[in-house]
Design a protein around this ligand. Structure first.
Ligand code: ZN
Ligand code: ZN
Length: 183
């Protein structure tokens, strides 16, 4: 914070970027998939610069999102649904996916499939590319699941003491319950 009490612009930008980090990630995943399916002309300047920019964007968004996810910012609080318990019931599958992702063996298996699917692209046939697109698109659901779990974590049955889940998700601390009352 500056001496006059204002928040530095760099911090404001990183806070905003972090808050929208999951959306940025979704957009960059879509852009990366498009770039693979419709590559830019080989040897052109764009074919070198654009993938690099997308990759940098993904990494930066990921870092910003992780920093932001240590807490719920004021924008998160303002966007908190009025019926979180109801929403949590609806998004049980996303909670399950998030906890499955915290299981190292499942995660490694998923990454093997994710990277292994790149062989489909080399074959170049339509069905191979379709399979690759479907597998890569699963990352979208993963990001959505992670984001939903973070917002509604206090209502996640697998995080609660009696939920029966054993996996601990590397998640930010949700705000204490008394803070939630102020929204
Ligand atoms: Zn936020
Ligand atoms: Zn959970």
């Amino acid at each position: 914070m500056n001496l006059d009490g204002s928040v530095p612009w760099a911090k404001r930008v990183s806070d905003r970027w972090g808050h929208w980090g999951s959306t940025m990630l979704l957009a960059s995943i879509a852009a990366a998939i498009l770039l693979c399916l419709r590559p830019l002309p080989a040897g052109s300047l764009q074919s070198l610069v654009v993938p690099l920019v997308v990759m940098l964007f993904v990494v930066t968004s990921w870092i910003m999102m992780r920093q932001h996810d240590r807490r719920l910012c004021e924008h998160c609080m303002a966007a908190m649904p009025l019926n979180p318990a109801e929403q949590a019931t609806r998004y049980r599958l996303r909670f399950l996916v998030t906890h499955a992702g915290a299981n190292r063996r499942i995660l490694i298996g998923y990454l093997v499939v994710l990277f292994g699917s790149n062989v489909f692209v080399f074959y170049g046939c339509l069905s191979g590319r379709l399979a690759w697109t479907v597998i890569q698109s699963s990352m979208v659901y993963l990001v959505l699941s992670y984001s939903t779990h973070r917002r509604l974590q206090p209502w996640c049955p697998w995080c609660s003491d009696d939920g029966g889940g054993e996996e601990q998700v590397d998640e930010p601390e949700p705000l204490p319950n008394d803070s939630w009352q102020t929204v």
